[in-house]
Write a protein that binds this ligand. Sequence first.
Ligand code: UDP
Ligand code: MG
Length: 319
Amino acid sequence: MYLSVVVPCMNEEGSIPSLVARLADAIGPYKDRAEIILVDDGSTDATWAAIKAAQQICPQVRGVRMSINRGHQIALTAGLEAALGARIFMLDADLQDPPELLADMMTMMDRGYDVVYGRRAERQGETLFKRATAHMFYRVLNAMSDVDIPRDTGDFRLVSRTALDAVLAMPEKARFIRGMFAWVGFRQIGIEYSRAAREVGETKYPFRKMLRFAIDAMTAFSTKPLKLATRLSFVSLGVAALMMIYVFRSLILYQTAPGWASVVLAISAFSGVQLLTLGILGEYIGRLYVEAKNRPLYFVSEDTRAAESAPPVLLKKRA
Ligand code: UDP
Ligand code: MG
């Protein structure tokens, strides 16, 4: 197998027909040695039926169905682990990432690159809020993290088997895949493209999920937030020292307790700092807990390839 295409799909029944049609064109030159893995991430609409229908039209399609919704990054991981190709192309189901860029990415890889990622030059059809938060996210992440994660990139990329095996060797449960690819190294390069608007359906990343994703990314690639806690405690100690001078001065000058406004102020400021630092600690302890449980990342309930060749493996578990 030369080329594997991996697409995580959650409630994408409307996107799949045009997605598969455009992918079938894009993989044209390699179609005898290519597979298109569509991972159904616990969809509640007819996505699985759409995948099976697509398979009738395009024999390269392989459906992998997750036992339940586990989120974009885990669904993508499931697809990457199923992929057999020497080169692996990943993109979103909603055609925001143009499959046609595959040709250019292949050319770059021929020149010896292991990771060719798409860099979003512009984003169409996305709200100002989404663009602004995404812009901030990549900048804050880079300021905080110890790895240089390319800005404005998604998971849209072509990677070599070498780079993929390196990423799959990383056992962590909270997976921030674009960061993991940045971390493993090898020769990497970006190609600019303009990110189109979603063709059908709506975003599967509401603010809540975006925030979770951002916290995962920060804590996975940086211990700076932990140090932030230490720094904040220095600041609060400094303020407390100043407050003490003020309190003593008031005691001497007015010989009465100087009202409780300052006390309330101090208590609320310091409890804020304490809660913040506790929260940061909690994030890391929570992650340690999840890693310590060491549960399988996901279960596959159906795999159309397994049904054809080997006896059906209904509950394939990740080691
Ligand atoms: N997705 C998924 N599981 C989820 C959420 C999203 O597999 O729980 C898929 C989704 O079907 C799409 C990709 O991840 O192919 C990116 O999601 P989306 O386009 O909604 O994100 P956005 O482009 O708005 O950031
Ligand atoms: Mg999208």
